[in-house]
Design a binder for this molecule. Structure first.
Ligand SMILES: Cc1cc2nc3c(=O)[nH]c(=O)nc-3n(C[C@H](O)[C@H](O)[C@H](O)COP(=O)(O)OP(=O)(O)OC[C@H]3O[C@@H](n4cnc5c(N)ncnc54)[C@H](O)[C@@H]3O)c2cc1C
Length: 423
């Protein structure tokens, strides 16, 4: 079992003594594999629905992307509304976006109901990296207002960006109070505590090594065996060899974050006066926000080789200093990386194999959607699958190139788009 990766989040995590590994045989209604937001939410919702539930996590709760991400709560889906309408028509697009938009409300309600101390703040700003991107944001907001009477979002004109974020490089943007940010590891640990209170048994250091989906599901770990009516596969970028067909549908892409030294109240407020989380509109985007103790938490750049940069802080720093020239040479206290589960078309994948449910491939847009996914999985297990099936019906394709060539082909594609960012 690996500990949490050293990060700002691990250094400021709420207490979470490790839970014992599974030993022996268990018979339950539901076995959840993966202790990130998806698995924790599925376990919590299933237990609240009256199922007996065991959750198996290979390492620690929140060890994966859920405990390392940018903490940005981005409303809606990864695809822009006009693209969803063009692909799926107005009605289906409106249902998809409407359902996705309930995720923000659901996360806030969970935080409130369980008293989760995770530094929740409102406001998300999508910053236009080019003038044309602002036009696209205007079309997006117009369509959202038309489709769903969307409220709480506004276009920020280029001359007004300074009231949101003190960076000289943007051409306006879209400020959305339905988004926000939080301390992701503490949100995961809070969900885990709520799940335990609802009756879920959590086993850490319990990697599922094999699964049989037929009939009652059977999941094997190094020292145990769980037999269950249903399984939930919530492994995202870490599916590995457990279900190779599913692993082939997502690509693990490494992404890196840093946290500066505390900047002080006044300096932090002058950097991001709105207090919003900010993400720019580039293909390989920069995203950042202030922590509760006034650090800048900044993510930028992607690396397609499996090996992390020798100096993660040095890798991210140029992106940070390009956005905030006034932070040239700022002290960086923490630097870490994580794996994002990316799908070919950047839409999440929901589905079933026998009696197992899965939801993954959040493509960098999982802080909110994962909590919703857990609810939809629990509903589907109770026989109410309409909303689960709305997402399960989204189109999907495996990455071209098979097991050996899919990574180099993907890298070639990504480098092309990263180059377009720079032109
Ligand atoms: C650096 C980074 C920044 C990001 N920033 C943002 C952001 O700002 N906003 C946003 O919306 N999204 C962001 N994301 C994406 C977001 O974090 C993910 O979409 C989300 O956390 C996925 O949650 P999950 O529960 O599906 O997967 P994970 O949190 O990755 O959890 C999967 C878990 O399954 C466990 N597991 C895997 N295999 C097994 C097995 N065989 N047996 C038992 N356990 C197993 C793993 O140990 C892991 O803990 C970011 C991701 C990264 C890496």
């Amino acid at each position: 079992m690996e500990p949490h990766a050293p990060s700002y989040y691990a250094a400021t995590a709420n207490p979470w003594p490790s839970r014992p590994a599974l030993a022996g045989s268990l018979n339950v209604d539901v076995v959840v594999i993966g202790g990130g937001f998806t698995g924790l939410s599925a376990a919590l919702h299933a237990a609240e629905a009256g199922f007996s539930v065991v959750l198996l996590e290979a390492h620690r709760i929140g060890w994966g992307a859920s405990g390392r991400n940018g903490g940005q709560m981005i409303a809606g889906m990864r695809w822009a509304a006009p693209d969803l309408v063009a692909e799926f028509g107005r009605d289906r697009a409106a249902r998809l976006i409407g359902l996705a938009n309930t995720a923000g409300y659901m996360v806030r309600k969970r935080i409130e109901r369980h008293g989760i101390a995770c530094d929740l703040r409102s406001g998300h700003f999508q910053a236009a990296a080019r003038p044309g991107h602002l036009d696209a944001m205007r079309r997006e907001l117009d369509l959202l207002q038309d489709l769903l009477a969307y409220e709480g979002a506004e276009i920020v004109a280029p001359g007004d960006v300074g009231r949101v974020v003190a960076s000289p490089i943007y051409h306006g943007g879209l400020l959305d109070t339905n988004g926000g940010h939080l301390h992701p590891l503490n949100y995961a640990l809070g969900l885990a505590q709520a799940a335990e209170a609802a009756g879920v048994r959590i086993c850490e250091g319990s990697a599922a090594t094999a699964i049989d989906h037929t009939g009652p599901v059977r999941v094997t770990t190094a020292q145990g065996l769980v037999t269950a009516s249903h399984a939930v596969l919530a492994c995202d970028a870490f599916m590995g060899d457990l279900v190779p067909d599913l692993a082939a549908m997502t690509m693990p892409v490494a992404n890196y974050n840093v946290a500066t030294a505390p900047l002080g109240d006044a300096a932090a407020r002058s950097l991001i006066p709105s207090g919003a989380a900010v993400a720019d509109s580039k293909f390989v985007l920069n995203y950042y926000r202030l922590s509760a103790d006034n650090r800048l938490i900044f993510g930028g750049g992607e690396k397609y080789s499996p090996r992390p940069p020798a100096d993660v802080a040095g890798f991210v720093r140029p992106y940070l200093e390009q956005v905030f020239p006034q932070l040239q040479g700022v002290a960086i206290d923490h630097a870490w990386g994580g794996l994002v589960g990316v799908t070919l078309n950047r839409l999440p994948q929901f589905g079933r194999i026998g009696n197992s449910f899965y939801a993954h491939g959040w493509s960098g847009h999982g802080v909110l959607m994962t909590t919703l996914a857990g609810d939809l999985i629990a509903q589907a297990m109770r026989g109410h699958a309409e909303r689960f099936d709305l997402f399960a019906s989204l189109p999907r394709r495996a990455f071209p190139g098979g097991r050996w060539l899919r990574h180099p082909l993907y890298v070639a594609g990504m480098l092309y788009y990263a180059l377009k960012d720079r032109l």
